[in-house]
Design a protein around this ligand. Structure first.
Ligand SMILES: [Zn+2]
Length: 75
């Protein structure tokens, strides 16, 4: 899944594997070499390498704002 190619802060992502707390929805809080995620159920923050994130992410539930100047192809 090429999900990590277009990732914005504020995106909400459903993961294939549930967190130990039972939650599967995560908010993207950092986009870099590692992806920062906050569990929406328990509030825990984790960092995932981009490759691992791409493997575990299932789908977007909500999108954050694209960086200024980026073409919006997902309308
Ligand atoms: Zn959790």
């Amino acid at each position: 899944m090429e999900i990590a190619e277009k990732l914005y802060i504020g995106d909400v992502v459903e993961m294939r594997k549930a967190h130990p707390c039972g939650g599967t929805l995560w908010t993207v809080v950092r986009v870099g070499a590692d992806i920062g995620l906050v569990c929406q159920t328990c509030g825990r923050r984790v960092l995932l390498p981009r490759r691992r994130f791409a493997h575990q992410a299932k789908r977007f539930v909500a999108r954050g704002s694209p960086p200024e100047g980026a073409a919006d192809e997902t309308k």
